[in-house]
Design a protein around this ligand. Structure first.
Ligand code: ATP
Ligand code: MG
Length: 556
């Protein structure tokens, strides 16, 4: 019990304190994305954290689009966001909300502040407001419009609402304290004039609330208790508290900040991903090289692996960068025992077994996963002509090369021992075929004991194998040079995508469905591409190779 206590993160501890002190009777969290792009791995952390907390404490989880900004928002993003969250397994039930549906409450809130003498209409230009605000060392100066009467403010604000002013002509500001050490508290703008059509409310409004005013109202209206956000909002918390206090919400929500998830040498921010998409560097938001949720899904990551990753990263109060290798570790762990281990030859070269009967095919019984008998077995065809990986043969092997070379014997995985007796070259001097003989006594699984070979290689039968496309990925960013140049451009890795169009896979692998996942022995974990895979023309994405440099840190 004590141990369970100590492994709680600081947000859980805060929530438990609030519940035990009766600050809140139950818990309500939310995920509030702006529908201006696709979600990424960082958002996944926020989603799973908020949803997980609601579940843990028997509370509610709200899905809310923070769509108070009339520009940039698109239905495409709304749809993709909902589908990503569903895929991750966070369930908002019937609690899907749009902040723009609260514009009336926000307007009323602003009027209430004016009536309390806590807000005023200001005619300063944006530049003047900035100048009057001061900075970390200089206190701000009061606006000359700060002392307008309540009546005048009410009238002017109504005029703002009724479209009497041009964009930027007037704003509504909270009246707090121009000398506050916290610049966010220096009479922040809370409403601006913007003659723009909103995707939900159309032309009803020509004034729109600012984020710091809108967000606490959205939370309060929905009965959110713990408004969990990232660290950059820490300095905004006093304003958040001021808004819910001055608007006299009963049982107001509280804001708690945690550190954003950053991946080392990986492009994470929405802005950067958007730029890669718009510049055509990648092929859309779901390009498997990205870490948007839709891209991770297409690459072959599972919701379980992302959840495991987020759990391993933990919830912290200080920003840090996490290695991508940790995410790779999580997907390997997830798929290792769940998925069949099959044979695919990515860069084929023909191997001919001279003493094997021509025209004959043996169907070998092969376990799908030697470590998990529950996955059963399948039939794999074996015949005289096979494909093996080009790199599994060398004319002149270096020391410790145990694969095929003239005179050497290896095991063909799940099949027989073969010995290389000859090889041929084409007119360019490239090896075109390898000739072997096999030993029928060495059939795998027949209990053959005796002479040993050092190398085992995989193969597919040339006649039955299916031709496939295989896509291999590397980091988009050139890690040697770092993520960004001083001028803000990105250092891209020219080898981030490698397309192999001449791979061969065992026939069972062509019968699968898009998004099915498997291990290709010795090559990694792969996923049938959700967009391009067909049974006639199979396409697989490599999720991750088998080798790992990642070591699990000591368990929390
Ligand atoms: P980006 O930082 O990529 O531009 P954003 O913060 O603008 O994203 P929003 O749609 O405003 O995206 O964010 C929705 C929620 O996701 C917010 O609560 C935000 O704090 C959280 N969030 C965004 N990025 C991360 C991250 N890297 N790690 C954890 N949470 C994040
Ligand atoms: Mg944002």
């Amino acid at each position: 019990m004590e141990e369970a206590q100590s492994s709680k993160n600081f947000i859980e501890l805060e929530i438990e304190k609030d519940l035990s002190e009766g600050v809140y009777k139950s818990v309500c969290t939310r995920f509030p994305p702006e529908p201006n792009g696709y979600l990424h791995i960082g958002h996944a952390k926020s989603i799973l954290l908020n949803y997980g907390l609601a579940k843990e404490y028997g509370g509610k989880f709200n899905m809310r689009f923070d769509d108070t900004n009339p520009t940039k928002e698109k239905q495409e993003f709304v749809d993709s966001i909902l589908s990503d969250i569903k895929w991750l397994g966070a369930d908002w039930g019937d609690r899907l909300y749009f902040a723009s549906n609260y514009f009336d409450q926000m307007y009323e809130g602003a009027v209430k502040l004016i009536k309390k003498g806590k807000a005023f209409v200001c005619d300063l230009t944006a530049e003047q407001i900035k100048e009057y605000r001061g900075d970390f060392t200089t206190p701000g100066k009061n606006s000359p419009y700060r002392d307008r009467s309540i009546e005048e403010n009410l009238e002017l604000f109504e005029n703002m609402k009724n479209g009497k002013y041009a964009d930027g002509e007037k704003v509504l500001r909270a009246k707090i304290d121009m000398a506050s050490p916290n610049i966010n508290m220096r009479d922040p703008v809370i409403y601006r004039v913007a003659h723009m059509t909103h995707h939900n409310t159309g032309d009803k409004w020509c004034i729109y609330p600012m984020y710091d005013f809108a967000h606490p109202i959205e939370d309060a209206v929905e009965g959110v208790t713990h408004s969990i956000c990232t660290l950059e909002f820490e300095d905004h918390r006093p304003l958040y508290d001021w808004v819910v206090r001055e608007l006299e919400f009963p049982n107001p929500p509280r804001q708690i900040e945690f550190a954003k998830l950053y991946l080392k040498d990986v492009v994470t921010g929405k802005r950067y991903i958007k730029k890669l998409v718009e510049d055509g560097v990648v092929d859309g938001w779901d390009d498997p090289r990205l870490v948007s949720i839709s891209a991770l899904r297409r690459r072959g990551f599972t919701p379980e692996s992302i959840k495991k990753f987020v759990d391993l990263v933990g919830v912290a109060k200080a920003n840090s960068e996490v290695d991508y290798a940790m995410l790779e570790y999580c997907i390997r762990e997830d798929l290792k025992l769940k998925k069949p281990r099959m044979m695919a030859v990515l860069d084929p070269i023909k191997l001919i077994i001279d003493n094997y009967p021509e025209g004959e095919t043996e169907w070998l019984d092969v376990d799908n996963n030697q470590e998990n008998p529950e996955l059963g077995s399948r039939k794999v065809p074996f015949s005289r002509e096979l494909y093996i990986e080009r790199e599994d043969f060398m004319e002149e092997p270096p020391k410790k090369y145990y694969r095929l070379f003239p005179g050497n014997e290896v095991r063909l995985m799940h099949a027989y021992f073969v010995k290389c007796v000859d090889y041929k070259k084409d007119e360019n001097g490239n090896i075109s075929e390898i000739h072997c003989t096999y030993d029928p006594e060495t059939k795998c699984g027949t209990g053959f004991e005796g002479r040993k070979v050092k190398g085992t290689i995989h193969w597919v039968s040339a006649k039955e194998a299916v031709k496939a496309e295989v896509r291999l990925y590397e980091n988009l960013v050139d890690e040697e040079k770092g993520k960004l140049n001083p001028d803000g451009t990105m250092n891209l890795n020219p080898n981030s995508l490698k397309v192999l169009t001449n791979a061969y896979v065992e026939p069972e692998l062509a019968k699968v469905k898009p998004e099915d996942k498997f291990q290709f022995v010795r090559q990694g974990f792969f996923c049938a591409d959700m967009k391009d895979f067909t049974n006639e023309k199979p396409v697989y994405n490599r999720i991750v190779s088998l080798k790992s440099s990642f070591k699990l840190p000591l368990q929390k």
